[in-house]
Design a protein around this ligand. Sequence first.
Ligand SMILES: *Cc1c(COP(=O)(O)O)cnc(C)c1O
Length: 408
Amino acid sequence: MDPFFATTREVFDQEAASIGRTFVRQPVVWTQGEGCRLWDKDGRRYLDFFAGHAVMNLGYGHPAQLAAMRTQLERLVHTGNLYYNEAQVELARRLVKTSFGGKVFFANSGAEITELAIKLARKHARAAGDSPDRHEILTCRGSFHGRTFGALSATGQDKYHAGLEPMLPGFRHVPFNDPEAMAAAITPQTCAVLLEPIQGEGGIWPARREYLEGLRAACDRNRLLLIFDEIQCGLGRCGTRHAYEYYGVVPDVLLLGKPLGGGLPISALITRAAVAESLQVGDHGSTFGGNPVAAAGGCVLLAVLEQPGFLQHLQATAAYLEGRLAALAAAHPRVVKSARGLGLMQALELHASGPEAVGLALQEGLVINCTAGHVLRLLPPLVIGQAEVDEACGILERVLQALEKKKA
Ligand SMILES: *Cc1c(COP(=O)(O)O)cnc(C)c1O
């Protein structure tokens, strides 16, 4: 394909001239990817530890995933949900088989599938004969569930609500990892609890196991749906197929998104068959939801997660990364506040400026992200190995040294 613009500078200028500013973009134009490598328009090669926001879990151009998506693309791009679509059916079949079973519903994005979870929670209470008063959903402070009004109202971060109030009624935010606060917030109006097992956008905060176990018991006692938003932390990211498997706590509803379509938008809600019956014909719809090309990519992702040894290798790489990050934190206490994470969802929380560190890393050829102001977020493709961890941590070491020098 011919490039659209002659130079990197031209892309920056045309972007500024024609796209509204809702993102702070890194000064780089990606033109190619392979595995865990990216190339910019000037031909420079980078190591990617962000994976397009935990989307490219198999890396760029994974041969089997690319082949499946290309075949589907050439045969049939889209026909819509009034007809059967084999790739979508196969993805659903695999999702059911590799989770706690039941039924699957599809949408396009994380926000949309969160909307469906909100609808399901309310419909499920109605289906049980409860009064419409029983519609409140408890969510956590520091959470992120998406940008549509329902998902945004569920999101427990004021900065995302600013200037957009009023939020929708029916949500209550309680402190994360605080079982007493959650127990105290449950009322006869509560119908569900929605949370990320590992908060992503909020700064990479894993839930404690006892917290999720306690929530499971509280939801059972009070007939609440327990909804896990694994849109970022799911599908291998934490070293297990699903994050709930790591914790050994099975939710009633599981939300998947980001990596599910091999880079194309698709999201899924999995629930037990009995709960799925609370949604009837006409209760959910989407023009694009469950697109066959995206679904074909998802089938390959799920197949790769099932390959013997894949998750073990991932867990070993993750343990190695965790050790290297802990060592970096110990060696640079003046700039690093803490290292934390689970699997290949890791963070270094800084005393220094996060965005500055991201910029320095990029100059050194490493793509990382900053979230929650001071938290360097690492979400590498799941296909990295020790060599990539060594390379990334070598760069991070130099970045931390540079930040230290500035502080001195
Ligand atoms: C990204 C994200 C969402 C929203 O997904 P979109 O596809 O951007 O709408 C929801 N929940 C979590 C945990 C996410 O990380």
